[in-house]
Ligand binder design. Sequence first.
Ligand code: PRX
Length: 656
Amino acid sequence: MSDDSLSSHLHEMDLSPQPGFTEQANGTAAMYDEAAADHEGFWARQARERIDWSTDFEQTLDWTEAPFAKWFVGGELNVAYNCVDRHVENGNGDRVAIHFEGEGGDTRTVTYADLQREVAKAANALESLGVEKGDRVAVYMPMIPETVVTMLACARIGAPHSVIFGGFSAEALHTRIADADAKLVVTTDGQFRRGKPAPLKAAVDAAIHHGDDASPVEKVLVVKRTDTEVEWDDERDVWWHDLVDGQPTTHDAQPMDSEHPLFILYTSGTTGKPKGIFHTSGGYLTQAAYTNAVVHDVHPESDVYWCTADVGWVTGHTYIVYGPLANGATQVMYEGTPDTPHQGRWWEIIEKYKVSVLYTAPTAIRTFMKWGADIPATFDLSSIRVLGSVGEPINPEAWLWYRKHIGGDAAPIVDTWWQTETGGIMISPLPGVTTLEPGSAQRPIPGIAAEILDDDGAPFTEAEKVGYLVLTKPWPAMLRGIWGDPERYKETYWSRFGPKYYFAGDGAKYDEKGNIWLLGRVDDVMNVSGHRLSTAEIESALVSHPSVAEAAVVGASDETTGQAVCAFVILRGDATDHGEDTVQELRNHVAKEIGPIAKPRQVMIVPELPKTRSGKIMRRLLKDVAENREVGDVTTLADSSVMSLIKDGMSTGSAD
Ligand code: PRX
């Protein structure tokens, strides 16, 4: 579709709430006024209505030590009890919590009563391994029910989990285990990927035996998933089926302080060292449950919900584990890739389980667009009533395709902006309330406050002017800091615009209707397929290769993945450029150091890098090269001839 026909098409569409939807929606227009009139009162009500507290809280928010927040002060709760046991006690034990669909077609139905028994057994098992309240547990697992069970068992005993995405390498795993000082790792023998088993535990072994460092890991608990052969350390390694299966099926859940740490989740920042974003219990769970109810409009008694994220990312934490389970929802969990064994797998799953709420990412939608609308057309998707999008801006064309081919031209789409740091959805339409605007996340949900600031830190509301997105009031699911580094927390989020504003790192603008449009990161962070990657982290992976003298990485726009990693590399004087072989070696080196997700789409071997007189690499110019544009203003370069040198001397290799 051309831009003109796209915009005239958009213009003609009626995107106001559908008749009938509003009446049943969990979110209401009145909530905006309620929350604006009494911010803390609004959140206190959400906390009391949605969560069971074993001790009620005395104070809603303590912001006296800003930016370190305390929410629901004095309150006590058990997160796992809230996500599992209370539903059984309320007579919903037979309700399905998880419809598990394995990549190879094996299935499991886990009811809330089953989940209660499994979590109790796992909690008993963790305790028998010596895990105590406050100890950190690393979780390196694929998308299987045991992963959810492990996270909930950790929550139940108050041991913060640190889930590390199964696509990260042993090297990345090592850094994260060491930073959190984890004494237990839970993993599987292997994971299924595109129909084949791939080893997983092997990376844990390598992470533990990393260099000369003594590992904090005392025990490794291993689920058998793929029957992949594993090396075994009798002292350290324990099979899940040997330990967990025989445990008692009840476990006494202890109440935890509202501010007890629930989890650490590593994400990329602007330096080479990933940040351990940490979240606590009461506030996080409140916002997770609230947003899953009002934004996804999940009705636990009738909906079948499916969030396609991996539990290794924050979306999986909040919208597979904590939000939907706190609400007692029924969900689908799928282990595999969208094209295994065929490109209609997702639609087949939706038809099979009658999925009614689907939450996914723009990069997936664009991939399906490429595969063709005739594929979903052969399945019955009439159960779908709400669609969600997360991870990056959704371009209007993908929005329209999603609505038409997946949403039957009727389902509202919620474009949800949030971050690992925010813990839950922050900016999004409310289905049944908001008149939708394709491409825009629109406005902060009730209880959340945001502004756009100019370069001088002044808020403005002018349409089409580009500025920086900030959050202006503390919110319950906000990060409580960076694990072990309170200074970096203050510096990264609360210094750019002073202590009053949380700086999200995203550019934004308003349109003439007052909708907020997110415009991507303004720092050296890339967004590839909705995953956050740091240029600095990939650069340091590249320079750790013996042939590399210097490296600069930029995110170049990519039709499918949003952005793609493009690396410019200067080889060492004694290294020889073997053309394509060198390029492939460097790409594989990054995959080994960080994980396949960070593998550059392109590596360009160059004789020089563009630098300012003070030695700062001018990424803007490299981005021009990577995006095949005319190179912009070069006047601040120390040597203005460098760009032609780069373009002439470039030997390029690209993705397989
Ligand atoms: O740039 C924004 C983008 O993803 C970043 C957060 O990445 P991460 O912490 O990995 O969490 C992703 C899942 C919540 C943001 O700073 N982003 C996320 N959602 C959107 C988005 N950009 C535009 N629109 C969105 N809906």
